[in-house]
Design a protein around this ligand. Structure first.
Ligand code: PEP
Ligand code: MG
Length: 571
């Protein structure tokens, strides 16, 4: 059986499938005679659940830190709550019913009680109760539980989608690859797979329906080809491809420590995109020349019940600045909303969340959240070379307001006698067409721009970047997008400001020659793309790419542009 999806993270994977499906818990009411046997069943399931949770908590603590471990601590507390278990046992005894039915009834009562409370924190506890009781129910019913933190054999994960907590808790050494039903090259799972250097294909539509646990899979994370239960010949072929890919990766190591410079001497900066201080290791392994985008929202999304404190943020920013040894680090202020939610921050349901209350709009409305982050950033600025960047700026007013808050924060810190660097560059993302169009004006008020093509494409072409049905319209070679990019670079350069790009196009081998020709100064990408991009740029002539990019600007369709690139580079 063959599938074709979107190649989201390079690499060749061969292995057994592990399909992650939310197991259905079928709960029936049964009358029982042996009360003690039911109570024993319940107590055994609780005991196993407890042992599991203790192990997961320890693993999370050792590998991810205290904060992540707290989620499981909360689950253990629910498990140890006598109310829950005593009520279940009483129900078994009084009504002579089976243990899973009794537990499920008690669960529903507790969950609706907590969900109806005024207090946000208490409402959140309903989710913990559901999680824990479902874990016990699965053990009573003998439903297999996939524990990603404790995988004991190598697998290819097949899922509808992977959540940030799946990717954070999984035992990465045992995961050979990801396959998902939904998502595109810029979805969370795709970006995460590249950061973790795990091969992945996304947007397969029905992988979880068609692939069964234990099926043997081979796939190519670049082309998006997936084959289920292939012939011995195909397996051999994929083994060769895997070896070839590994040799290629090995050969890239020779580029470590080298400069990124075209044949005719134009230098550009190759930086990495990260979501947490833990990703710094991947940047160093891939010889990143800096960080072009630190997505701080994961720091906020990892928290269960409150915004990260100034101190917590300071520690994270300091860790990245110090970890990267004085290389420039662009830290983006909070970009929440759209598809990224916070459990402790009530956001009303919106018709169009990507066009709604998000990112800088929230920060300028709730300035206390913004100020806490800016204080942490400026305090951390003494530990390295910090650049601050605002996301989702759509007008000059927003930029000026954001800069005003920056000035207030700096004044406050000065008054409090707290040190910060005088040398922090302040820039903004260009990811909304209205900002691109007035980039000549905006350029006068910033130190740099970073172009966010992931959003710029979706807003310019009115194509939801998460919607697979229209993914053929989400195209980086759209002439309108290319013209906007060129315009932004020219406008910034006229004001003497540098321009980077941190959208996924910056690491795309088809886009790099054009972007180089447009004069882009900094390319920021998944760490895994850095060395291949250096190899490519070092083989190109800037002058030739300028001419090539100019020709492309005169073309009317993305097909024509893509064909021209393929022809030029023999692809
Ligand atoms: C972008 O929009 O290109 C970008 C880098 O931001 P994000 O993918 O986090 O929206
Ligand atoms: Mg964006």
């Amino acid at each position: 059986m063959n599938f074709k999806g979107i190649g989201a993270s390079p690499g060749i994977a061969l292995g057994k499938a592990l399909v992650l499906k939310e197991a259905e818990l079928v709960i029936e009411r049964k009358s029982i005679h042996d009360v003690q046997a039911e109570i024993n069943k319940l107590e055994d399931a609780v005991k196993i659940s407890k042992e599991e949770l203790v192990k997961v908590k320890e693993k999370a603590f050792n590998e991810l830190g205290e904060h992540e471990a707290q989620i499981f601590e909360a689950h253990l507390l629910v498990l140890e709550d006598p109310e829950l278990l005593d009520s279940t046992i009483a129900k078994i005894q009084d009504e002579k019913v089976n243990s899973e039915y009794a537990l499920n009834e008690v669960k529903e009562t507790f969950v609706s009680l907590f969900e109806s409370m005024d207090n946000e924190y208490m409402r959140e506890r309903a989710a913990d109760i559901k999680d824990v009781t479902n874990r016990i129910l699965r053990h009573i019913l003998g439903v297999k539980v996939v524990d990603l933190a404790n995988l004991d054999e190598e697998v290819i994960l097949v899922a509808h989608d992977l959540t940030p907590s799946d990717t954070a808790t999984m035992n990465k050494k045992m995961v050979l690859g990801f396959l998902t039903d939904i998502g595109g090259r810029t979805s969370h799972t795709a970006i995460m797979a590249r950061t973790l250097e795990i091969a992945a294909v996304v947007g397969l539509s029905s992988a979880t329906e068609t692939i069964k646990d234990g099926d043997f899979i081979v796939f190519n994370g670049t082309t998006g080809e997936v084959i289920v239960n292939p012939s011995e010949e195909v397996i051999e072929n994929y083994r060769d491809l895997k070896k070839e890919y590994e040799d290629y990766k090995e050969s890239l190591k020779l580029l470590k420590g080298q400069q990124t410079i075209t044949l005719d001497g134009r230098h550009v900066e190759l930086a990495g995109n990260i979501g947490s201080p833990k990703d710094v290791e991947g940047l160093i392994n891939n010889d990143a020349e800096g960080v072009g985008l630190y997505r701080t929202e994961f720091l906020y999304m990892d928290k269960e019940d409150a915004f990260p404190t100034e101190e917590e943020q300071y520690e994270a920013y300091k860790a990245v600045l110090e970890g990267m040894n004085n290389k420039p680090i662009v830290i983006r202020t909070l970009d929440i909303g759209g598809d990224k939610e916070l459990p402790y921050f009530d956001m009303e349901h919106e018709m169009n969340p990507f066009l709604g209350y998000r990112a800088i709009r929230i920060c300028l409305d709730k300035t206390e959240i913004f100020k806490t982050q800016l204080r942490a950033l400026y305090r951390a600025s003494i530990h390295g070379k910090l650049r601050i960047m605002f996301p989702m700026i759509s007008s000059l007013e927003e930029l000026l307001k954001a800069k005003e808050v920056v000035s207030e924060v700096k004044e406050e810190l000065t008054k409090e006698g707290i040190k910060y660097s005088d040398d922090v560059e302040v820039g903004m993302m260009i990811e909304i067409p209205s900002a691109a169009v007035i980039s000549d004006i905006l350029a006068k008020h910033v130190d740099f721009f970073s172009i966010g093509t992931n959003d710029l494409i979706q807003y310019t072409c009115a194509v939801d970047r998460m919607n697979q049905k229209i993914s053929h319209l989400y195209n980086q070679f759209n002439p309108a997008v290319l013209r906007l990019i060129k315009m932004v670079i020219d406008n910034a350069h006229k004001e003497g400001k540098w321009v980077g790009m941190c959208g996924e196009s910056a690491g795309d081998s088809n886009m790099i020659p054009i972007l180089l020709g447009f004069g882009l100064d900094e390319f920021s990408m998944s760490p895994i793309s850095i060395l291949p991009s250096r190899k490519l740029i070092n083989s190109l002539s800037y002058k030739e790419m300028q001419e090539f990019a100019n020709e492309i600007l005169s073309m009317g369709t993305s097909e024509e542009i893509k064909e021209y690139i393929d022809k030029k580079f023999n692809r």
